[in-house]
Ligand binder design. Structure first.
Ligand SMILES: [Zn+2]
Length: 673
């Protein structure tokens, strides 16, 4: 999503974080000190509450009963999802900022249900009343439907107050209600049948400030980043049925997979980047551009395809018929389609090497489109290439035939094969934003969760992956600090909301923490709980089994438990479903024959393992750990571990690598008096 918004929220979080948070159930911590030999090494009898089970939604439990989901994280034997096929023709008038289109949708009902109605998203109505006042500069008037044919029959719009009576009478019709349209099939759609929609519409693209889609004049030219732009069928799934979540500009998307065939007409001279593969380069690109593109895609280094001199000489594209060109793109197995366009776009290209799944590798084209003067963008293609290659190794090979990073008014937003990136001021920030948005090609593009209902499955998992990619690109950097600091700023406070909450029901700093910073932090903790190899295997298994499908949180949890062979509910429940916090403290350090006995008190309600590092006067270290299950399952508040060590112990520290987000680090360290 748009990280600019998140950074605003982050600033708000810091502003409110003037005192350390309180720990529910915690006790004042005495200064750690050596105690007598018979004073430590036994369990505290004051037990913590019994661990709670991970709450499972009733619709998910019912889906397991029906066999569309399973209890071990795999899609169930009777799993199904709908399928869509879009053919769209649209023309963008850059001067008038208007977009006129027509589409033919084939909607295939693969569910076991006979459907009488379907819901459609008209996202551009976000830019019209009632969401916006008529005087807002962002008010475009929304989407105007000019034609609506379904199952061969022209449908009439039904006023909202008559819809309840009209929708089930048969004969068809539709109602528009904000960003949603309800549609009644003229004939019920039986399982296995398909329905054809033919829809015409027009709208204007909002100026800069429109979330996720906008145009702007900057750097000597106009750029469009166009998304959420065509009438789109809402998801109907096996767990929750039809998705009727209105688009508010905050929460993100839940989309059906399918194929797109899109023809975009723009003035000649405009460069277009889009979801999918360009089908007619010989009809839109000049011979010089095509030759340079071929050379760039054969190179491991980014090479220029269109330069500023080419733009001045009008040498990038063909002149077109009547001064216009139609760019044709096709995309298979994607959940959306977006495009970016400018007549001032410079174009660099290279290729990323990605495992082909058969022991070899394939070269995936990487394109960067940006205006002259956009800071750092000369490295844009390189950053995209690194993210695509690195994440293909970390998670699963990238599925799609290309990726394009486009510069423009949107600070950071993801679409299949195309990301919108703004103009971060530093090279490290540009790299991290590109890594983040390219990371979304896995979650949610390849693994299509409901982003609004379960934001952590999208932004949270991707924040973790982004940090891994940043750390790989800039060894020695600490990309985890931002996530941890933002989470700890509100951890356990009234301002915090559980990660599991629907993100439209979370506001302010809490939404950035719940969607990005806390899951990005606790997934690193989960990695430390199960170990890196198990974590990688679980993530790869989850990615592979849910590619081009709609996982729910329990599919993720169950996959981790199956792959690790451990019951991890004690970790998932408090961290995902509550705002419980972690606070472990060194209670005492005592000398024992051959080492020290370290006693730890767990003052928080969110359990985690306790890694302990003991340092001796000569600088050597010894390590020990208390498993998380001892706190959570054995319900201890105090536990001891004996650490064999030679020499005088000068320091004992809990979790010096900051793997777990402890709310009070002051009591994590014991220093010899
Ligand atoms: Zn994101």
């Amino acid at each position: 999503m748009n990280r600019a918004l998140v950074h605003v929220l982050l600033a708000a979080a810091f502003a409110s974080a003037c005192t350390p948070p309180t720990t529910p159930g915690g006790a004042p911590t005495a200064s750690p000190r050596p105690v007598s030999a018979n004073g430590g090494g036994r369990a505290d009898t004051a037990q913590r509450p019994a661990p709670l089970p991970v709450p499972v939604s009733a619709p998910f439990q019912a889906a397991v009963q029906r066999g569309t989901r399973s209890a071990d994280g795999r899609p169930g034997p009777r799993y199904w999802q709908q399928r869509v096929r879009y053919a769209i023709e649209a023309e963008l008038d850059p001067a008038g900022t208007s977009l006129t289109g027509s589409e033919r949708i084939v909607y295939q009902n693969r569910s076991p249900d006979t459907l009488r109605r379907v819901t459609m998203n008209l996202y551009q109505n976000l830019f019209a009343p009632p969401y916006l006042s008529a005087s807002s500069r962002l008010n475009t008037g929304g989407t105007t439907l000019t034609r609506f044919v379904l199952q061969g029959q022209t449908l009439a719009e039904v006023p909202k107050d008559r819809w309840a009576a009209a929708r089930d009478t048969g004969g068809g019709g539709y109602v528009v209600d904000g960003t949603l349209a309800g549609i009644s099939f003229p004939r019920p759609l039986a399982p296995g049948d398909s329905a054809v929609f033919e829809i015409g519409w027009h709208q204007r693209v909002p100026p800069t400030g429109g979330p996720r889609t906008a145009w702007e004049d900057a750097l000597g030219g106009r750029v469009f980043q166009v998304a959420q732009w065509y009438p789109q069928i809402a998801v109907y799934d096996d767990v929750a049925g039809v998705d009727v979540t209105p688009y508010t500009g905050e929460g993100e998307f839940y989309l059906e997979y399918g194929d797109f065939d899109v023809a975009l007409t723009l003035p000649a001279g405009w460069i277009v980047g889009a979801t999918g593969t360009l089908q007619n380069p010989e009809q839109v690109l000049s011979a010089q551009t095509r030759a340079r593109l071929a050379a760039a895609l054969a190179s491991d280094s980014a090479l220029p395809v269109v330069t500023a001199a080419d733009l001045s000489a009008r040498a990038a594209t063909l002149p077109g018929a009547g001064g216009k060109l139609t760019w044709r793109f096709q995309a298979r197995d994607v959940r959306d389609f977006a495009f970016a366009a400018s007549d001032r776009y410079l174009w660099d290209a290279t290729a990323a090497r990605v495992p082909d799944g058969a022991g070899g590798e394939r070269r995936v084209p990487v394109h960067a489109l940006y205006r002259h003067g956009a800071p750092g963008w000369g490295r844009g293609a390189r950053y995209g290439q690194h993210a695509l290659g690195f994440l293909s190794g970390l998670l699963a090979p990238y599925l799609y035939p290309q990726v394009t990073v486009s510069e423009g008014p949107e600070y950071g937003m993801e679409y299949p094969m195309l990301v919108f990136i703004g103009r971060p001021t530093s090279p490290t920030e540009l790299q991290s934003v590109i890594a983040h948005e390219v990371g979304h090609e896995w979650f949610p593009m390849m693994v299509g969760a409901d982003e609004a209902a379960f934001a952590w499955m999208d932004e949270g998992v991707n924040t973790y992956d982004e940090a891994r990619a940043v750390q790989d690109f800039f060894p020695g950097s600490d990309p985890w600090a931002e996530n941890r600091t933002a989470y700890l700023a509100i951890a356990g406070r009234r301002a915090e909301a559980p990660m599991s909450r629907h993100i439209d029901k979370v506001s302010g700093a809490a939404s950035g923490v719940a969607a990005y910073f806390k899951p990005g932090t606790v997934l690193r903790s989960l990695n430390a709980v199960v170990g890196d190899s198990v974590f990688r295997l679980a993530m790869r298994t989850y990615t592979r089994e849910w590619t081009l499908k709609h996982p729910q949180p329990w599919d993720f949890f169950h996959t981790f438990e199956r792959v690790s062979g451990r019951d991890l509910g004690w970790f998932f429940e408090p961290w995902w479903f509550r705002t419980a916090t972690l606070d472990q403290a060194v209670a005492s350090v005592e000398a024992i024959p051959g080492g020290v006995r370290v006693t730890v008190r767990d003052l928080g309600d969110a359990p985690a393992p306790t890694p302990i590092v003991v340092t001796t006067a000569d600088g050597r270290t010894a390590r020990a750990a208390i498993p998380g299950e001892r706190w959570a399952v054995q319900r201890l508040r105090t536990a001891s571990v004996d650490v064999p060590v030679q020499g005088r112990v000068v320091k004992v520290e809990i979790d010096p690598e900051l793997l777990f987000p402890d709310v009070d680090r002051r009591n994590n360290v014991w220093v010899a008096p």
